[in-house]
Design a protein around this ligand. Structure first.
Ligand SMILES: O=C(O)CCC(=O)C(=O)O
Length: 292
């Protein structure tokens, strides 16, 4: 496997020598900065996204809009807790009772959620970053529980499933205020340009990258109603929830129409690509720049 030495050189960050090993199935990636005009984001927001791989956008949603969604997602979390109670070791995949719940594909089960992923502000951001033809790629509620505080390891979203193109858009939406103490995202700025990196599976936490040479990260606290908007290639983690309350987030991933994925753990040769167009939860949200 080839190696690629790089440095994070930002005014406010220590220079960190990194040993960037590419994902074994990645065939090379080149970041392209976005060209305006932009319809929703300001030029300086997109410039920052290109430079750092993420931006925090406050006040996207009204309290009422958010409450509607939170009430709905809370019901799915209660259901997930009941399911975890029935599982051995109260675990299912990387979800664990009292630690963290990942509850995916809710658009297939809720009209409210299906409407929310098509919110005009989210689609405005998606159009600016991904262009005129966009599909929903994935979405999940992530509830970080206080009973068993734990980190969710540093990873790129493409580390869970390599896609082509590799750069899709992740919108991490806090349903209550997200702080360092309750586990807001923390992101390694500037590393998105190197494409998908090698990840290793850390039991029972999930996939992790750069564990041998952890990079500098910046915390991205964000109030309920805002979002952390990042490239699928931005390495990020969330810290342990050391508060007494659940930290609630809803994560929506958008990808360009025609995105394919290489499914499975990255061992052996790369499998055939699979179209990411499941009509139940990977449907079109933008065509020709218009909401569908
Ligand atoms: O919300 C969290 O704690 C982690 C979620 C995350 O990093 C992701 O969905 O990629």
């Amino acid at each position: 496997m080839s190696t690629n030495a790089a440095h994070v050189a930002k005014e406010n960050f220590v220079m960190v020598p990194l040993n960037l090993r590419p994902h074994p199935w990645s065939t090379g990636f080149e970041w392209s900065d976005h060209q305006g005009p932009f319809g929703f984001l300001k030029d300086d927001q997109v410039q920052r996204f290109d430079e750092e791989g993420f931006i925090v956008v406050e006040d996207l949603f009204t309290r009422e809009e958010l409450k509607h969604v939170v009430d709905e997602l809370d019901v799915f979390d209660v259901e997930m807790d009941r399911r975890l109670d029935r599982e051995s070791a109260r675990r299912a995949g990387i979800s664990e009772k009292g630690a963290i719940s990942f509850i995916p594909n809710l658009v297939a089960r809720s009209e409210i959620v299906r409407e929310f992923v098509r919110h005009s502000k989210l689609l405005g951001i998606a159009a600016d970053i991904l262009g005129p033809d966009v599909n929903l790629y994935w979405e999940q509620a992530v509830y970080k529980k206080p009973e068993k505080p734990r980190r969710f390891p540093l990873h790129q979203d493409t580390g869970y499933q390599l896609t082509d193109p590799e750069d899709f858009l992740s919108c991490w939406i806090p349903l209550n205020d997200a702080t360092v103490d309750n586990g807001c995202p923390q992101i390694a700025p500037g590393l998105h340009v190197y494409g998908t990196l090698a990840h290793t599976y850390v039991e029972p936490l999930g996939w992790e990258c750069l564990s041998e040479s952890p990079p500098e990260v910046v915390a991205a606290p964000v109030r309920a109603g805002g979002a952390v908007v990042f490239s699928s290639l931005a390495p990020h983690f969330t810290g342990p929830n050391t508060t007494d309350d659940i930290r609630k987030a809803y994560v929506i991933l958008y990808a360009r129409k025609g995105t394919v994925a290489y499914v499975g753990a990255p061992v052996g040769s790369r499998p055939e690509p699979v179209q990411q167009d499941n009509p139940d939860y990977q449907f079109a949200v933008l065509r020709g720049g218009r909401a569908v």
